[in-house]
Design a protein around this ligand. Sequence first.
Ligand code: S3P
Length: 440
Amino acid sequence: MSIAGRAQVRSYIASRGTSLRGEIAVPGDKSVSHRAIMLGAIAEGVTRIEGFLEGEDTRATAAIFERLGVRIEAPSEGVRIVHGVGLHGLRAPTAPLDCGNAGTAMRLLAGLLAGQGFDSTLVGDESLSKRPMRRVIEPLEAMGARIDSDDGRAPLRIRGGQSLSGIDCALPVASAQLKSALLLAGLYADGETVVREPHATRDYTERMLSAFGADIDFSPGIARLRGGRVLRATDVAVPADFSSAAFFIVAATLVPGSELLLRKVGMNPRRIGLLHVLRAMGADIVESNASEEGGEPVADLRVHHAPLRGIEVPVEHVPDMIDEFPALFAAAACAEGVTVVRGAAELRVKESDRIAAMAAGLRALGIRVDETPDGATIHSGTLRGGEIDSRGDHRIAMAFAVAAQCADGEVRIGDVANVATSFPGFDALARSCGFGLRPA
Ligand code: S3P
């Protein structure tokens, strides 16, 4: 499967719609979908993945493993059957491996490929080629890997045939991608790989490695993995992506008269920081039917419109909502008063500089935003129509589609094609529950 068939929608025109009503289910979790392909590929046996995200990012990961000699069937939408080749069964690729826009693919693969017997090169699109990779290169090199880069950026040229040794590493940043890269390299390393995080981040790699039979133990903020143990295929049920649900949760909160039910949303505690923050701002979000899907907590979320007030976002929630700040900025613009974000410098190195992108976009709609190096102060106000550049960042585009539901005019959002990296069908689903949103 290739990522060539990208959506041709370049811009959205968004404006107030109706109140948001009905029941929706958002697509599968991006983080879990990437990892399921990766672990399925290097396991022994056949892994069936249900709820796989049909986004460009996760399809890029699947395409890469096909180029590494793994047979992956796609019998129907959201299903993948991965014929694992075992830890040492991947084949040398004949060309660079294209991660597209996907930071998760590039960073996790850097770790996984560092342990192979062959050379490989990872490339990405313009945005991914600007993102920092030294954070993964340096600890992998401390394990014995050899990775050449363009001054800490992609392309990454990974030399095969190195012998890796486990290390005990205290990560300088809270990053699940970095942690996961080290754990995947640790599968191929002698001895124990220990990863310590400054703040606990999403633990899907640890949970999934454990389900596939790896020799790992972990608790929030620390993981220890002993290398060499064979992985055994196991089926994976992917929960719905909380980060995709977040745009609908915020929109239903903001638009008067809304009552929206989101079915079976992934509720991993390391992902739902936004729920705590929105509730502290006054949101009315009720969880029901809590259950487990593929070892992950899921719940239905019923969201009623509620007026919000600005708050200081508690710094301890930041890692648990790292992908939700674009949505939070939209909420803050429409809340009563001032919202302060601190301790979120990582936002500057996401698919775009998300602090700068949200600040510039909100200012274009008449909202005052004071930027700081690690956050911003958002002064709520009345949004007017205007033009937004989403800088090729899927979450910036979707956040402004949400903000526009409260604007007194039409908002033209440019450079939105990358919404398809994480949320194919976003605009149609949004329209179906009441958004004013159309492709331009
Ligand atoms: C992800 C981790 C986070 C997140 C990204 C997905 C993952 O990145 O922003 O969307 O799947 O591990 P960092 O590890 O860079 O914080």
